[in-house]
Design a protein around this ligand. Structure first.
Ligand SMILES: C[S@@+](CC[C@H](N)C(=O)[O-])C[C@H]1O[C@@H](n2cnc3c(N)ncnc32)[C@H](O)[C@@H]1O
Length: 409
């Protein structure tokens, strides 16, 4: 109310609901936030499935003229007040320009897209931030209810995206589903306050990236703009999967595997864990050039086995070079095999063999194969284009460049 830069967020706040222990968490920040964050209806949307309209604890809702992505913070009042001082909450222009264009904050860099990855569901910015430890004194179920309340305040598209994230487990209602989503997908982040409680943030786009012990993407968190940046660590070719490391890659093999199994529920079968990469580096170190061709071929098969066609083809080429250089006659079959892999990794026998094994996928029976072939031929010859809501199409649509926000008068 009053000056255009002074927005009364009181209208967004509910009285504390939980119990008197929660009172210290209550925060209704009504300082003068930039109106571009708060433009839009002054009344929060009614929770849908989550009927208890009694209060969230501390939260802030960013909106532009039209809803974009939204951001929710669940933390103590003191920390919420601290966060509100950051440029990310005060100056949207700064946050945007720091991110090099319309990326960061409410928008997403459309260079990447989410695609289905065999055996990992899907593979590839800030929408939900949950500070678990800060609310540790509350009952777990109350924390879960608050999270669920918060998600109801996000724009519908973002809410649905969050609830559709991977959970590697069973889902019940929205409250439990959200808890699982956060446990599987949130990143630990830090801010510059004196509070030692952990802080976790969910960025739905980077959270789609799968793990690799030798990732091609690194991520950095900028607390001032509340933005997570993802940067390529090397040239990444079209079609290559973007991967990050969920764990400290310097930890020994067994510890890495145990941590990934415990927290994310999968057994890592990346080529580093399969020891192919280790073998190459050991042989190089020991100058055992005579065995390099075989080691490269082994790495090529491992990478193709987890669906990394580009890396597999690179190793296959090096294997061919080594074998040809050594003019080993008995290597003829290996060279042919590697040439077939370079020629078409997706048709090579090794394509996804590791994933198939891990997922216990059975080969298609003849009838199913025939059915698919016929459907493909039919689709190819059908003159009327069909528009189907495939997961790929949906994922593509989800990452269409977002329209630029309208200028604020
Ligand atoms: C943060 S999510 C990554 C994106 C997820 N694949 C999706 O579809 O949204 C973490 C989950 O992805 C799967 N995942 C990630 N990296 C994987 C890998 N290297 N191998 C197998 N599954 C993986 C596991 O199910 C894990 O619990």
């Amino acid at each position: 109310t009053g000056s255009p830069r002074s927005i009364d967020l009181g209208a967004y706040c509910y009285p504390p609901i939980l119990n008197s222990d929660a009172a210290h968490l209550l925060s209704c920040p009504s300082e003068d936030l930039d109106p571009r964050y708060t433009a839009g209806p002054r009344t929060p949307p009614r929770p849908r499935k989550f009927k208890n309209r009694d209060a969230p604890v501390a939260w802030d809702r960013r909106r532009r003229r039209r809803p974009h992505r939204g951001l929710i913070v669940l933390t103590e009042a003191e920390r919420a007040r601290h966060l509100l001082k950051y440029a990310g909450f005060r100056d949207p222009d700064l946050a945007v320009s720091k991110a090099g264009g319309w990326v960061g904050l409410n928008t997403f860099n459309p260079k990447a897209k989410v695609v289905p990855i065999p055996g990992k569901e899907f593979g590839v910015t800030a929408s939900l931030l949950v500070d678990y430890n800060a609310v540790y004194s509350l009952e777990r179920t109350d924390v879960m209810r608050l999270q669920a309340f918060g998600i109801e305040l996000l724009p519908t598209a973002m809410r649905d995206r969050v609830l559709n994230m991977s959970t590697h487990g069973s889902r019940q209602d929205v409250v439990h589903a959200l808890e699982k989503v956060l446990v599987t997908n949130a990143f630990e982040v830090k801010v510059d306050d004196d509070n030692t409680n952990g802080l976790y943030a969910l960025f739905p786009d980077t959270a789609r990236m799968n793990h690799d012990c030798r990732p091609n993407v690194s991520y950095q968190w900028d607390y001032k703009t509340f933005t997570q940046y993802a940067t390529a660590l090397r040239t990444i070719y079209p079609g290559e999967e973007l991967t990050v490391s969920y764990i400290n890659g310097l930890r020994p093999y067994k510890k890495r595997r145990a941590a990934l199994k415990r927290s994310w529920g999968f057994a890592c079968s990346c080529p580093v864990c399969s020891l192919a990469e280790l073998l190459i580096s050991l042989l190089e170190q020991e100058r055992m050039h005579v065995l390099m061709g075989e080691a490269y071929a082994y790495a090529a098969l491992e990478w193709n086995g987890v669906g990394e066609a580009w890396t597999a083809a690179r190793y296959a080429r090096r294997a061919i070079e080594e074998e040809v250089m050594q003019l080993r006659e008995e290597a003829g079959e290996d060279i042919e095999d590697m040439m077939a892999l370079v020629d078409d990794p997706w048709e090579h026998w090794s394509w996804l063999w590791r994933t198939r094994k891990r997922m216990n996928w059975k080969p298609l029976d003849a009838a199913k194969k025939k059915e698919i072939d016929e459907a493909v031929v039919e689709a190819a010859t059908d003159p009327t284009p069909t528009v189907e809501a495939t997961p790929e199409a949906e994922a593509r649509a989800e990452h269409e460049p977002e329209p630029q926000p309208e200028p604020v008068a």
